[in-house]
Ligand binder design. Structure first.
Ligand code: GN1
Ligand code: MG
Length: 355
């Protein structure tokens, strides 16, 4: 199959080495070592992305725009097939191919605050550079993806329909979630008030979606553009908080290892604000800390909902997997909320020092 896909791009792969690559939960990814160079090949999960062609359309119109207004910006768009398509259907799925960016590498965990700084700067830059681009020109690749109000409704429905055993094993998580429902309420309010500006948002800002330079460690560009669509900045900043602050990730089952790191918080703030300070309105700037609660709570609901629905969305390797992930995220939410005052202080100190 893979050989056939590559042929559509004019790549003859008789002796290519093809290796599984990365560790996303949704798409399947390979690195291809072909005679003429290295590529990243991806099979799109069509249960999640109902219209994969929309993903290609989005990246292609952004590319066309950036080629005109910011030709020096490194935008890793999919390669076009011989017949001019940005994505192809082959056998049972949709595939697309990317160039492997020379001298780049990714990390799966933030081990130093500097990595968080460079990543936050890249995600901020991505939104900033597209500020004059109308986000409504993009197709919505996953409707309501970060609509926390809807996620809360889906969670309530799962609670109603779940079987007794799962309700019982999830009792602690279900009780804890009640304490944080204000996060969803606040989001509803923000929507009513129209406080958040709609922008071009990445929606998946984990650290391995940033290419770093092999020697300097500086950020080169953002990748994994499937969920680039109109959205709010709290999605991108929030997912950085969710995935960078703790050295232990969402798969960690020794919850005592889940701790938030203040130096990483400052690095995210610095990197993102260096790019986005002038774009964010004052109300949005006040929501910087809330963004972490927004995303961590949403991920909690998504894992817990999936557990109550008997694991229909996220791949699991055992029956309690999604429940453990949900509990992990609640622990992170508790730790994050405990640090709220400290975060405020960090921002204040940094801002005073800038003046
Ligand atoms: C999924 O596959 P991956 O890891 O890039 C999910 C994200 C979740 C994440 C949790 C399209 O992303 O929203 O935050 O898992 N992507 C989709 O690990 O649902
Ligand atoms: Mg992804």
């Amino acid at each position: 199959m893979i050989e056939k896909v590559l042929k559509a791009y004019g790549i003859e792969c008789i002796d290519c080495e093809i290796k599984p690559f990365g560790n996303g939960l949704i798409n399947q990814t390979w690195k291809v070592f072909a005679p003429d160079g290295q590529y990243i090949l991806q099979k799109v999960n069509t249960n999640v992305f109902q219209s994969p062609v929309d993903i290609a359309d989005n990246t292609l119109i952004i590319k066309k725009y950036l080629d005109r207004v910011a030709p020096q910006y490194l935008f890793v768009a999919p390669i076009i097939t011989i017949t001019g398509a940005g994505i192809i259907e082959e056998g049972d799925g949709f595939y697309r191919l990317f160039p492997f960016v020379a001298n780049s590498f990714t990390v799966d965990t933030v081990t130093e605050a500097e990595q968080a700084y460079h990543a936050a700067k890249q995600f901020g830059k991505f939104t900033r550079i597209l500020e004059a681009f109308n986000p409504q020109n993009l197709k919505v690749t996953i409707p309501d993806f970060h609509n926390l109000s809807l996620r809360a409704v889906q969670y309530s429905m799962a609670l109603k329909n779940a079987n007794k055993e799962r309700l019982k094993t999830a009792n602690w998580a279900i009780e804890k979630v009640k304490e944080y429902l204000w996060i969803a309420e606040k989001f509803k309010q923000l929507q009513v008030e129209n406080s958040l500006k709609t922008r071009v948002i990445h929606h998946d800002t984990k650290i391995n979606n940033v290419l770093l330079h092999i020697e300097s460690g500086r950020g080169l560009s953002v990748i994994d553009l499937d969920t680039v669509m109109p959205g709010y900045f709290i999605s991108d900043v929030g997912d950085m908080m969710r995935t960078y602050l703790s050295a232990a990730n969402e798969e960690e089952i020794s919850f005592e290892k889940i701790k938030v790191r203040s130096d990483v918080f400052l690095a995210i703030y610095k990197g993102y604000m260096e790019e986005m300070r002038r774009s964010l309105n004052l109300r949005e700037q006040e929501l910087f800390i809330y963004s972490g609660q927004f995303m961590i709570f949403m991920q909690t609901l998504r894992f817990l909902t999936d557990y109550l629905n008997n694991d229909v969305y996220y791949p699991v390797s055992h029956a309690e997997h999604n429940l453990l992930r949900a509990k992990n995220q609640i622990t992170l939410l508790m730790e994050y909320t405990k640090s709220e005052l400290e975060f405020k202080q960090i921002i204040e100190n940094y801002e005073t020092q800038l003046e």
